[in-house]
Write a protein that binds this ligand. Sequence first.
Ligand SMILES: [Zn+2]
Ligand SMILES: [Zn+2]
Length: 194
Amino acid sequence: MFFGRLFDYGAGVDASGADAYRNDGVGTAVALVNAVTACGADASDEGLREILLAFKYAAAELSAPEASTLRRWARDLRPVFEAEDVTAAVALLNGLLAAVPMQPHISDHGLGPHMHYAVSGAALPDRLRAHTAMGLATLVCEYGVDRLGVCALDDCDRVYADLNRGRRRRYCSRACLNRGGVAAFRARRRTPGP
Ligand SMILES: [Zn+2]
Ligand SMILES: [Zn+2]
């Protein structure tokens, strides 16, 4: 299975295990977009470094220019989550895929054979750009564009990716899901019965 590990509710930055490293270009994209474009998040160099480490990138030496590149990339990725329909999402994703030098190849480095998409030896920003663009493109092609979205709560602008089979996700996190459920429950109680 392409997505060996579900990006569950409540996962902020959670990418433990080799499967996550292999497959979680989607999770990396969500974490990066939320850190850089959602209100109240931490887009500092240190904040970005923590995300990269959580997703198993060797990021100890992330430079200030590289961090700037990642922030620009996060702002480029966000519209994919906001896309109105599949045509818009595909146009955006094809633009992103064309913007990154890619040379798909199989790598190992102790994790077992898995795909790398960037040119061999590419710098970290290009590896991340290739990984996240391929992750989102594969998700849209295999599962549909409605697997990507922005949190349904009015006061939350975090994005999410829904990798769960047969479940329609609308919130960025367990916390927002609970708040949304309570609001809907109160609204129903205020509505007079027949
Ligand atoms: Zn690898
Ligand atoms: Zn939310």
